[in-house]
Design a protein around this ligand. Structure first.
Ligand SMILES: Nc1ncnc2c1ncn2[C@@H]1O[C@H](COP(=O)(O)OP(=O)(O)OP(=O)(O)O)[C@@H](O)[C@H]1O
Ligand SMILES: [Mg+2]
Length: 263
């Protein structure tokens, strides 16, 4: 390359420098936006706003339900009131998930076993399994190393994987939950494999996008929250799917060195 730059090349360098300058100020702006104090403020505000919205929603739902229970009303009005009740319940669920997202500082990580969390989540959904004819196989290796976990939060994530699997198998199916120790990566791995409808490739790219849902009553926040929870545990979350065959959700959590569990 010659010593002197052509005007075009100079223009390119200037653009590059401007771009770098732009990037620097963008980074500064990002740093400001991501500043812990500011984030804590936003979380606080989100939590406060979410509580207000929840209260209003409870009132709306209670009034609509009261009218439904108390008065003889025409069918069209009855239908409208039912829509109000249903949608306030749905909005309430969305707000609950947002509240959870706004509460990462309350994480109480302690050494524990993933098997216990799987049992806890499973017990909550057992009736749905039976009702929907979904068979469950649990292969939870004994004496898994402990991981640092917040049982309530992890249960919430596992519950969403299980409920997603159930939703994907409206007419029978099978869900296999496996937990094992991978000594190479020093992780405990929990996988949820269902034989459901699977996720088309185009959708697979969007499943962690907040509010992305293909369900009539879904909030589209379940996997967003679950991913956030797994990240709070310094773990990773992977979803693989084959449309028409099923989906595998894999959670890998770093082991808590030196501890073993008896179960
Ligand atoms: N096991 C699965 N099988 C098939 N599709 C899935 C599975 N898990 C997730 N999906 C797809 O990913 C989308 C997003 O899932 P996510 O859990 O975030 O929200 P949702 O299940 O739609 O709503 P919510 O969790 O509030 O009930 C789902 O709507 C569905 O299309
Ligand atoms: Mg879900």
């Amino acid at each position: 390359m010659g010593k002197h730059k052509t005007p075009d090349a100079m223009a390119d360098s200037i653009q590059t420098i401007e771009c770098i300058k732009g990037t620097t100020s963008l980074m500064k702006l990002q740093n400001r936006l991501m500043n812990p104090g500011r984030l804590a403020g936003i979380r606080h505000l989100t939590a406060g706003t979410a509580h207000n919205i929840k209260n209003s929603l409870s009132n709306i739902k209670a009034v609509a339900q009261f009218c439904l229970d108390r008065y003889e009303i025409d069918e069209p009005l009855r239908k409208s009131l039912k829509v109000i009740v249903k949608n306030s319940k749905k909005a309430n669920r969305t707000v609950n998930v947002l509240l959870n997202l706004a509460r990462p500082h309350e994480t109480a990580l302690a050494p524990g076993t993933v098997n216990r969390v799987v049992h806890r989540a499973y017990n909550l959904v057992k009736p749905i399994f039976l009702k929907q004819g979904v068979r469950l196989s649990k292969r939870l290796h004994r004496k898994l190393p402990m991981v640092l976990l917040d049982e309530d939060l992890l249960e919430e994530a596992f519950l969403n994987f299980i409920l997603n699997a159930i939703d994907a198998m409206p007419r029978r199916g099978r869900l296999s939950i496996t937990a094992y120790h991978d000594p190479k990566s020093a992780e405990v791995v929990v996988s949820f494999v269902d034989s459901g409808c699977g996720i088309p490739n185009d959708n697979l790219k969007k499943i962690f996008t907040p509010f992305f849902t293909t369900k009539k009553d879904g909030t589209g926040l379940g996997l967003t929250l679950a991913k956030h929870i797994i990240e709070l545990h310094s773990g990773t979350l992977q979803v693989e799917s084959k449309p028409g065959y099923g989906t595998e959700v894999t959670v890998s959590l770093p082991i808590h060195i030196g501890k073993r569990t008896g179960r």
